[in-house]
Design a protein around this ligand. Structure first.
Ligand code: ASP
Ligand code: MG
Length: 452
């Protein structure tokens, strides 16, 4: 079997659903299980509803709710008008909105939202979308049937970021999904949501639908997991910065994980880890251009020195110099304890015998950090820096690549260099205003020549 997951933009209107139906139809012989997100933007609006209701602004909450209700009914009408499932889905949709309104009122009476009640609200998006999509697929001639994901996605009760229970999910898949697949039925489930042993609704955390797809796929030992979204796949660089960025057809999981930390937010690799670890390939495809090659993510793609170029502006560099102290055992621990005590996470680190340089993305507690570090050595703070990284599994083995990377920077100033322990990420700290230029130069050095 395979898992096919569709994001909120792949199911929101008749044209999108027609494409989605065509994609599922083309895979019927591979026994697809369909996982869907909420309609685009819905989860954010639901969270706003919970926040406003609990904050005493029930009217605002209900206004957002009415907007959402109107939008969902418009989609139900557009996708199902004239269909025999229309009345039933409309009734279900109405009932879910009534439940949501009651929840909002209850939150406003209580004056606060617990993580549990927040999940009850946030889960509405997928509780709404999955039955609608199932009916729309059925109308398009696909033997689709909605299955309540909360019965299959067994989780802990850590609301807001519930922990999936792999063994129980596998059992539930066998009980609830496998029989449908044997009959040729296509189960359609909402992503992101789950249920505890006592049946309380939970969510897996934001972006959780990809995680759901991966967990169902791992539980059922899928031959592949396909994430259908609205971009072509992962690219060799951010196309807004590097216009001639190219599609990456095959990438290693660890490379994708490095890129994700730079905000390549096509999908978050941690969400597909359960599948990739079991050797199940994950594909990212564009539902608007289903003929595209997409990106395949596996544990081992052929080693390349440079798979992609990433960048992240606005970084602060903190340098501590202390010839005496740094020679002593425990000196680094003392320095990092300061960051820890101030809840500041350190990103890139470079050290020498007499100095330590670190980068921070978050300078909220910088004053306290600097004050405390000053007890350990001379501290300098360099604002206006940015990070550029080359990511490739074969990077660490290729001195020539590193030389070429530094050469490609030309006259751009380099403030710090770090090669990750895994050798797959060469990080360069440059001036903030040259991050984009550095990305373009590096991309040209490693990709333009190949293309020519
Ligand atoms: N609807 C959820 C969210 O927006 C899950 C998802 O779309 O992946 O976070
Ligand atoms: Mg998503």
């Amino acid at each position: 079997m395979i898992v096919v997951k569709f994001g909120g933009t792949s199911v929101g209107d008749a044209a999108a659903i027609a494409r989605t139906a065509a994609i599922v139809r083309g895979r019927l012989d591979r026994k697809p299980v369909v996982v869907v997100s909420a309609l685009a933007g819905t989860t954010n609006q639901l969270i706003e509803i919970a926040t406003h209701a609990a904050g005493g602004q029930l009217i605002v909450a209900l206004t957002i709710l009415e907007e959402l209700r109107a939008r969902h009914f418009a989609v139900v009408d557009e996708l199902l008008a004239g269909d025999r499932a229309h009345a039933e889905v409309a009734t279900e949709t109405g009932a879910l909105f009534d439940e949501l309104a009651h929840l909002a009122e209850a939150l406003s009476v209580l004056g606060h939202a617990t993580p549990r009640s927040q999940d009850a609200v946030a889960a509405m998006g997928e509780r709404l979308s999955a039955p609608i999509v199932a009916a729309a697929l059925a109308r398009a001639g696909i033997p689709a049937r909605w299955v309540d994901a909360r019965r299959v996605m067994a989780t802990s009760d850590e609301f807001g970021r519930a922990e999936p229970k792999a063994d129980e999910i596998a059992l539930a898949c066998r009980a609830e999904l496998a029989p449908l697949l044997r009959e040729g039925v296509v189960p359609v489930l909402g992503g992101y949501i789950g249920g505890t042993a006592s049946g309380i609704t939970t969510t897996l955390g934001r972006g959780g639908s990809d995680f759901s797809a991966s967990l169902f796929g791992a539980a059922m030992d899928a031959e592949a997991i396909e994430i259908w979204t609205d971009v072509d796949g992962m690219l060799t660089a951010d196309p807004r910065v590097v216009p001639d960025a190219r599609l990456i057809e095959h990438i290693r999981f660890d490379e994708a994980a490095e890129l994700a930390s730079f905000g390549a937010k096509v999908l978050h690799p941690s969400t597909i880890a359960p599948a990739v670890k079991r050797g199940i390939p994950v594909f990212v495809f564009n539902s608007r251009r289903p003929e595209g090659a997409g990106t395949r993510i596996t544990f081992d793609a052929p080693r390349l020195a440079v798979r992609a170029i990433a960048g992240r502006p606005r970084t602060v560099v903190v340098k501590v110099r202390s010839p005496r102290m740094l020679a002593r055992p425990g000196a680094l621990r003392a320095i990092f304890a300061v960051f820890e005590a101030n809840r500041t996470s350190v990103d890139v680190v470079a050290t020498s015998e007499v100095s330590v340089s670190v980068t921070l993305d978050d300078d909220q507690h910088l004053d306290a950090v600097v004050a405390q570090l000053s007890a350990l050595g001379d501290v300098t703070v360099e604002r206006g820096r940015g990070i550029v990284a080359l990511v490739g599994a074969g990077l660490g083995e290729s001195t020539a690549t590193m030389a070429r990377a530094l050469g490609a920077l030309g006259d751009l100033r380099l403030h710090m260099v770090s090669l990750s322990a895994t050798g797959i990420n060469l990080t360069l700290i440059v001036d903030d205003d040259s991050v984009h230029e550095a990305m373009r130069r590096l991309h040209r050095a490693f990709f333009a020549a190949e293309a020519a």
